[in-house]
Design a binder for this molecule. Structure first.
Ligand code: ZN
Length: 254
């Protein structure tokens, strides 16, 4: 945790800092200070930051050490398959979550290779954020539902609401609700269709959805506009825009 304890305000639960390796992202890069300036100008005062696909946990921790604000950050550790060192990493810093990216790592979340990371998160009571996308064999929401069944005392965040398409979002929400999975949250990052976000909130409940932008790839205001377009009542809006994430990541507890 960086900065002072705070309640309220908008919390972005999915922010990357650093340089991307994937050629598609053209070496795009932001420093922590640059990302903080973008978030602050978007009206966001707290965020969960994580490395890019470079997996540079040490670089992110290093830049947080000299960071002075204005946005307050919680940090997620980027895990890799068969990561026997992750327990030591999680104990060495004040991480608030673990990030798993099946597509970049080429290992589905329900594969045994992720057990060290999920187990280390479980032992420390940390939620696990899992990238979900259109590549069903590698990053399908159904694989995360299986993992959530297998690890009932681990809280999972289904990134991109289960996959970046309206039909995937809808199926994912129905899957969470019909299996009665109390340990799965859905992150809104990169979903543009406000009406499908609204439908998913109706299915899983406003207490299970976290606003995220996927900055530094996306502009946070674009995805805040999606939440605004839903027209949630004040209580649901404040839960989605920050209350749920602050609770999940222990952000208000110092
Ligand atoms: Zn992301």
């Amino acid at each position: 945790m960086v900065g002072s304890v705070s309640t309220g305000g908008i919390f972005d639960s999915h922010v990357h800092v650093g340089r991307w390796v994937l050629p598609d992202f053209r070496g795009h890069s932001t420093s922590l200070e640059q990302s903080a300036a973008v978030l602050a100008s978007s009206g966001i005062d707290g965020a969960l930051v994580m490395p890019t696909d470079s997996g540079d946990n040490a670089g992110l921790i290093g830049s947080l050490a000299s960071y002075a604000g204005p946005v307050r950050f919680a940090v997620a550790a980027w895990a890799i398959p068969d990561d026997s060192a992750i327990g030591g990493l999680l104990d060495a810093h004040d991480f608030r979550a673990v990030k798993i990216h099946p597509s970049f790592c080429r290992v589905p979340v329900n594969h045994d290779s992720w057990s060290p990371a999920i187990s280390a998160a479980r032992q420390r009571g940390l939620p696990v954020i899992v990238h979900c996308g259109r590549w069903q064999e590698m990053a399908g929401y159904g694989l995360l539902l299986q993992a959530a069944d297998a690890w009932p005392d681990v809280k999972f965040v289904m990134a991109h609401m289960g996959g970046d398409s309206p039909s995937l979002v809808l199926s994912a929400a129905v899957g969470v609700a019909s299996r009665g999975l109390r340990n799965v949250f859905m992150g809104t990052e990169s979903i543009r269709e406000y009406w499908i976000v609204a439908e998913a909130i109706g299915i899983v409940g406003a207490d299970r959805v976290l606003f995220g932008s996927d900055h530094n790839l996306n502009s946070p205001v674009s995805f805040l506009a999606v939440i605004d377009a839903i027209g949630l009542d004040e209580q649901a809006r404040s839960m989605v825009l920050g209350g749920n994430a602050r609770k999940l990541f222990g952000f208000d507890n110092g």
